[in-house]
Design a protein around this ligand. Structure first.
Ligand SMILES: [Zn+2]
Length: 194
């Protein structure tokens, strides 16, 4: 259990230092296969993900029952619905990273650049806007992600999932880099040669 909690703390610090989150935004969780059933460790509500302590991490079961002190992230239902639908997912990182979220607020989609694995579709999947923290968002996100490892939330941010937190974190970094590269390309294409 300690190992999983430490991984969440480390991931919070990493994505903060890489400017994928700021203030109190973003949330992270991981699934722990316990003998008594799956336990989800998740970041708390209303706290910066930078500098979290072990006692800040909240433990819940798949039905959302709280098994420790503290109050889980307001997006707890979005995490739970994805875990319920996807046996292969053991970690979720949700950010409002600026370039990817800029795309989410625009009418432009983020292209799948090399590094996303097998290219099945040219663009990252996305879902229409639902209120953050709502059961509608949880339902729509868990459906919309399908078998993908990334989902863009319209006018909101990005969800990255993986077999473990390292995977989900590196995907969040890669999605942001991809969006940044595409943004720079759009900008360069829009100016005349000097
Ligand atoms: Zn969010």
């Amino acid at each position: 259990m300690k190992k999983y909690i430490q991984e969440i703390i480390d991931t919070g610090n990493n994505i903060y230092n890489k400017n994928l989150i700021s203030g109190k935004s973003g949330n992270i969780s991981s699934r722990i296969n316990a003998a008594s059933g799956d336990i989800i460790a998740i970041t708390p509500t209303l706290k910066s993900l930078a500098g979290l302590k072990a006692e800040d991490i909240v433990l819940i079961d798949l039905d959302g029952n709280i098994l420790s002190d503290g109050k889980p992230s307001s997006e707890v239902n979005m995490h739970l619905e994805i875990y319920k639908k996807r046996d292969d997912v053991n970690a979720i990182v949700h950010t409002h990273s600026p370039y990817a979220t800029g795309f989410a607020f625009s009418d432009k989609k983020i292209k799948r650049l090399e590094g996303f694995g097998e290219i099945k579709k040219p663009y990252l999947p996305s879902i229409e806007y639902e209120k953050p923290g709502s059961s509608e968002l949880a339902e729509s996100a868990s459906k919309g992600i399908g078998d993908s490892d990334v989902l863009v939330l319209k006018n909101h941010g990005v969800i990255c999932v993986g077999e473990n937190l390292k995977e989900a974190e590196s995907l969040a970094v890669f999605v942001e880099e991809s969006a940044k590269t595409q943004f720079i390309t759009f900008m360069l294409n829009s100016v005349e040669d000097i």
